[in-house]
Design a protein around this ligand. Structure first.
Ligand code: NAI
Length: 355
């Protein structure tokens, strides 16, 4: 059985160094807020800041970022623009996940009570997504003029790793059911392998119920009856679609964080991976998804107290005080939300020092 817990790397004096990749769009301004909150909260993390120029067609920046993450073991990341069709530049986000073998992406989709959402009742779903192959293989070519082939790669090894991650996650977190999402009725060999592998892995977890559903029905079920889902297990493209659907139901791209794991490295980022370019530089982006990524990162590094302080401060601001950006129906700016979170972090941290 492969280990599903990636070990963080230790540093002298209990502090960790983490790679920070701000990315494009709203990434850089949100990372400034992360840094400031970590400073005032005395969070035991130092950031190594690295950048990737989305326009450059060389891979030097990417190699530098990969070296940095390999050295530090952990990163927090904004998304890098994938560019328009005519640039022909492959996605650096995908390349990074592949190079680091971050084979699984996990989204904890838990409703924020009191936050206006399309779906008013509580949702609590875990998405476990294959993160390095499938439709994201980036293997496309024009075989003859006007005929394009795009390869979807599904391997038994990666299907097993992701399915095992889903079942282990369910077992370790008291979840009852895993639903495998696929389109094996049409892609009988590729999605068929993913489904068959999941069924085989399910036999090792008799205490967890396993069912499956085709992706199209899944989208309909998600908007009509999301409560039937507990842990969801799926290939790469279906994963991003389902993540966006659920985030849309719960309040949009600005709330949830996503975690990327391999056997050696972990990368934390906003769940839907949008760049938010059209709202960049206007002080209106919701900072919560990026701050939740910072909570996940602190938790992963073992700094549980700091993770809890930041998580509580976010929830008190957004849920109890109702200080929210426009995407959540509020009128606060990014800095209004961050200031209140900062205030709570400072309060809690000073109480911690007094004790
Ligand atoms: P976008 O960045 O334009 O965002 C979609 C919508 O969500 C926009 O209305 C935006 O204003 C809003 N939004 C995003 N983050 C927000 C925040 N923090 N606070 C408030 N509102 C927020 O998204 P789009 O078109 O999906 O992608 C832009 C770039 O991101 C492209 O380069 C794309 O390739 C990349 N990308 C998007 C992914 C996705 O799942 N949507 C996944 C991977 C890459």
């Amino acid at each position: 059985v492969r280990k599903v817990k990636v070990m963080p790397k230790a540093q002298y004096g209990g502090r960790h160094t983490v790679t920070m990749l701000p990315g494009g769009g709203i990434g850089p301004e949100l990372m400034e807020h992360v840094k400031e909150i970590f400073r005032v909260g005395g969070m035991p993390v130092d950031f190594e800041i690295v950048n990737i120029d989305p326009q450059s067609d060389g891979n030097l920046d990417l190699e530098y970022v990969i070296t940095s993450i390999k050295r530090n073991g952990v990163a927090i990341k904004g998304n890098i623009e994938t560019g328009s069709l005519d640039t022909g530049i492959a996605s650096r986000n995908v390349a990074l996940r592949n190079e680091l073998d971050l084979f699984v992406n996990v989204l904890n989709c838990k409703s924020y009570e009191g936050v206006p959402a399309r779906y008013p009742d509580k949702i609590d779903i875990i998405i476990v997504r294959q993160n390095t192959e499938g439709e994201y293989a980036m293997l496309e070519h024009e075989s003859v003029n006007g005929v394009v082939e795009s390869m979807k790669i599904v391997t038994a090894e990666n299907s097993e790793r992701v399915a095992r991650f889903a079942f282990e996650y369910a077992k370790q977190n008291g979840r009852k059911k895993v639903t495998t999402i696929h389109k094996a009725n049409i892609m009988k060999i590729s999605d068929g392998l993913f489904l068959e592998t999941s069924r085989r892995v399910a036999k090792d977890y008799p205490e967890i119920q396993h069912n499956d559903m085709i992706i199209d029905n899944c989208c309909m079920q998600l908007v009509s009856n999301p409560h039937q889902f507990d842990v969801m297990n799926m290939t790469n493209l279906y994963g991003t679609i389902v993540s966006n659907v659920i985030c849309g139901l719960m309040g949009g791209a600005g709330l949830l964080s996503g975690r990327n794991y391999g056997d050696h490295y972990a990368v934390f980022e906003p769940g839907t991976r949008n760049t938010g370019t059209s709202i960049a530089g206007k002080n209106i982006a919701n900072p919560v998804a990026m701050l939740n990524a910072a909570v996940d990162m602190l938790d992963h590094l073992g700094h549980k107290t700091h993770a809890n302080i930041l998580s509580r401060s976010i929830r008190k601001t957004v849920i109890d005080d109702g200080i929210r950006t426009a995407d959540l129906g509020g009128s606060a700016s990014t800095s209004d939300v961050v200031s209140k979170i900062k205030k709570y972090v400072i309060e809690e941290t000073s109480q911690m020092k007094c004790r």
